[in-house]
Design a protein around this ligand. Structure first.
Ligand code: ADP
Length: 784
């Protein structure tokens, strides 16, 4: 090999592109290595080597991932774009071939290239000349057969005399895949290149011909369908002129009319139905359109225009029913009875809509069902979770293919009475987007001034919803749209203590599930202790949904055992519980963990009820960085920084090394699942954890706390106390530290909990520390 032909150049692999000699190309470069290569080239003589990458997806290609033959190019222009991307304009000079990858310490790829420069005076044989003419003809035909290449290209081509350059120029226009283009680049000899291009062109022309044939055939078919449709319409029009169509009142239509007569329908509805039935009569019964009309008529006839149940609001009886169905929930039941009493006195449903708010499984749905039973109405439930399109509530217009009414009207059809108790579940999960605002459609549904003429897009007829009793539920109030919230009367259900759950299981869930599984009274016996163990070791929730599921599980397995093994009674105790439910899912006495430095138990309030969460802090030698991890929201991060500022300003008092913010790194982590956490209420918990870590003092695991912290160390009140206290109680906490101003929320906390947990109310973080930090055998103490 002639060494003069070898040169070392910076190298960029191209993704999804190829470049030919004499071709001008621009592309964007984002990979660091490639940008470095560009800069290195610019520092020399702007010459760079480019070849294609075999697969555009490879992010860090190795030597075998590129094509070794490519193009030596000159960089004409470089432009920095936003986002660390550089746009470059290059012009191809010659073919080059990688003979060696240079391994040195550079940050970019470098290759040794053999330059395959083509001399201007390559000897043009007759054969080459013939090939060039043939290619020119084929290419012309190709351009004129509808390709996107501009015919002006032909003019330029006719000026090119050198066979190699001629071939490369055409190749750069051909819309073929990268690997096929590479085949052309690989051809060093101009003659080989010309032959290959002629082959490719012929193949492309053949494909175009086949495409044309297929498209002609499809067009012919479409024309035929259109013609038939047109003729059929004409026949219909002629029939109508002759008065023939109207004679065809089939049995089907007579059936619809009879049904209409039986119902008491508003005038508007009667008119609309008559019009539609006349239309149907004129149609051929097998046409697609008649199906649409039939569907519409059936929807209207299936709606409860005139059906309603008779109310019986008797407060005493209602109380009995509510008690029959639900354990506890005294306040909730009272509020509902008051609500019913007002409805009875005013004899109208106008007024606020009840909204039951609480974590999942606390009985919101089943209370709404009880209300229906108590006042002798039917019950229907519709979930709003994930509803984002107004059309889901109000339906699609009939012009859409396959349209049906919205969910409100569908639910009314399902329940078959015009005055049901209608539960709108998960109203806090409603969301809006570009397809309209479902919340405003819902507002119309709930507004007594407007809902007597609720119009679904599909029905195009007003339907009276004013007799419906709407009840809504939500997990949290935060995400309910304001105008909806204004219409509602909020009733909160917080969650249950272990004892409450036990009673619910014993008196309600177990009998209910046994009945549902066909187990007679004596067939299944579960001792109270075992039930308690199910509550503690197999569920961790504010409500009782999973508890009910586990009980159903046991009933199913017990049923199987009775049938299979012919036993009379199945008895479940602590010993055999595992056989039915598997190993315990939760360790219930989580406070038995050891006291540790920098680990503090906080209390959180999420949409699924209260929860305890541990906050961990590690202190390391460093440079004063503060790191926060564990899916924390912005407010929580700010609250951590506030705590640290406070500690810095009181370093002496807190017996913390005053230089910690320069010499130590602080890492705060909130483990437990990937649930996003936010809000200021972990302020004192994080501050306490940091102080514990900085002073190397252990923290009492039996204590839990919640409260916002200010720069001056003041402790501010927070929300969700009842739920948080319940969660702490479930976790077996012995002492809870709360902000002073949250004392007023203690009314909501049950006596039993108050008896078992010690509550401490604080105004300043300094009052927190003596309750949690365990000062072992140290002379200093935090107590004054
Ligand atoms: P939510 O609608 O709040 O998610 P559900 O109404 O679906 O909860 O309740 C789940 C199950 O728990 C139901 O079977 C319900 O009857 C039962 N349940 C909840 N709370 C009580 C209670 N206080 N007394 C009796 N059963 C209850």
């Amino acid at each position: 090999m002639d060494n003069r032909d070898l040169k070392v150049l910076p190298y960029i692999p191209l993704r999804g592109l190829s470049v030919f000699p004499h071709m001008v190309l621009h592309f964007d470069v984002g990979r660091d290595k490639s940008i470095e290569a560009l800069e290195a080239a610019m520092a020399e003589d702007s010459i760079i080597f480019l070849s294609s990458q075999k697969s555009a997806e490879t992010e860090n290609p190795g030597q075998d991932d590129f094509y070794h033959i490519g193009t030596i190019c000159k960089i004409k222009q470089m432009l920095k774009l936003p986002g660390d991307v550089v746009r470059v304009l290059v012009e191809g000079i010659n073919r080059g071939e990688i003979v060696n990858f240079i391994e040195d310490e550079k940050d970019y790829l470098q290759v040794e290239i053999k330059d395959h420069a083509e001399s201007e005076k390559v000897k043009k044989t007759f054969e080459m000349e013939a090939l060039m003419r043939m290619i020119m003809d084929s290419f012309e035909e190709y351009i004129h057969s509808g390709s996107k290449i501009s015919p002006e290209v032909l003019l330029n081509l006719s000026d090119i005399k050198e066979p190699g350059r001629f071939a490369d120029t055409i190749a750069s226009y051909l819309p073929v895949a990268i690997d096929e283009k590479q085949l052309i680049i690989d051809k060093i000899e101009p003659k080989d290149r010309l032959e290959l291009i002629q082959d490719i062109l012929e193949k492309e022309l053949e494909i175009i011909k086949i495409e044309e044939r297929i498209s002609r055939r499809v067009k012919k078919q479409i024309n035929k369908v259109q013609k038939e449709y047109y003729l059929r319409e004409q026949v219909k029009a002629i029939q109508k002129e002759l008065g023939e169509g109207e004679m065809e009142e089939t049995d089907e239509i007579r059936g619809y009319r009879a049904k209409m007569d039986e119902m008491e329908l508003p005038e508007e509805v009667v008119e609309k139905l008559n019009k539609e039935l006349d239309k149907l009569a004129r149609m051929s019964s097998s046409s697609a359109e008649s199906g649409v009309v039939r569907n519409y008529v059936e929807w209207i006839l299936d709606l409860p225009w005139d059906k309603e149940t008779e109310d019986s609001i008797d407060i005493k009886k209602s109380r009995v029913i509510l008690d029959e169905d639900h354990y506890g929930l005294k306040d909730v039941k009272e509020r509902i009875l008051e609500y019913l009493a007002v409805r009875k006195l005013t004899d109208s449903l106008k007024g606020p809509i009840l909204c039951l708010v609480g974590p999942p499984g606390v009985g919101k749905t089943s209370i709404a069902k009880s209300v229906a039973r108590a006042i002798n109405r039917e019950f229907v439930r519709m979930s709003l979770g994930g509803v984002r399109d107004e059309a889901e509530i109000r339906g699609h217009r009939r012009t859409y293919v396959g349209s049906i009414p919205g969910r409100i009207i569908s639910s009314m059809k399902k329940v078959g009475q015009k005055n049901p108790v209608f539960l709108l579940d998960e109203i806090d999960k409603l969301s809006g987007d570009f397809r309209g605002d479902p919340a405003s459609a819902l507002l119309e549904v709930l507004d007594p001034e407007q809902n007597s003429t609720f119009t679904d897009h599909y029905l195009e007829l007003p339907f009276d919803l004013s007799k419906v009793m709407f009840i809504t539920t939500a997990n949290s109030l935060n995400t309910i749209p304001g105008p909806l919230l204004d219409r509602m009367e909020i009733i909160r259900i917080a969650g249950y203590t272990e004892d409450e759950k036990l009673s619910i299981a014993k008196k309600y869930l177990l009998p209910k599930q046994m009945k549902e599984h066909g187990l007679g009274k004596s067939k299944l016996q579960i001792s109270e202790n075992t039930l308690r163990e199910i509550v503690k070791s197999y569920t961790r929730e504010a409500g009782v949904r999973n508890l009910e599921r586990e009980i159903a599980n046991i009933c199913r397995k017990a049923g199987k055992k009775i049938v299979e093994d012919r036993v009379k009674t199945v008895r479940i105790n602590s010993g055999n519980l595992k056989n039915y439910l598997g190993n315990a899912k939760y360790r219930f006495d989580s406070v038995e963990e050891q006291n540790q430095v920098g680990l503090v138990r906080g209390l959180a309030w999420t949409a699924v009820g209260g929860d305890t969460l541990s906050i961990e802090v590690n202190i390391m030698h460093g440079t004063g960085k503060v790191q926060l991890t564990g899916k924390l929201g912005d407010v929580m991060k700010e609250s951590a920084m506030t705590g640290i500022s406070y500690i810095r300003s009181r370093a002496d008092e807190l017996k913390v090394d005053p230089n910690f913010y320069k010499e130590k790194d602080v890492h705060i982590h909130v483990p437990e699942g990937a649930i996003p956490k936010d809000g200021p209420s972990a302020g004192i918990t994080m501050a306490t954890a940091v102080i514990s870590a900085l002073t190397d003092t252990k923290v009492d695991r039996q204590v839990a706390m919640t409260g916002e912290i200010t720069l001056r160390g003041m402790v501010l009140p927070v929300g969700g106390i009842k739920e948080k206290v319940l969660a702490a109680y479930r976790a077996g906490v012995k002492k809870i530290i709360l902000p002073w101003d949250n004392k007023r929320d203690m009314e909501e906390v049950s006596e039993k909990v108050k008896k078992e947990i010690e509550f401490v109310f604080v105004k300043n973080i300094s009052e927190v520390l003596p309750h949690v930090l365990i000062v072992e055998d140290k002379e200093d103490s935090y107590e004054n």
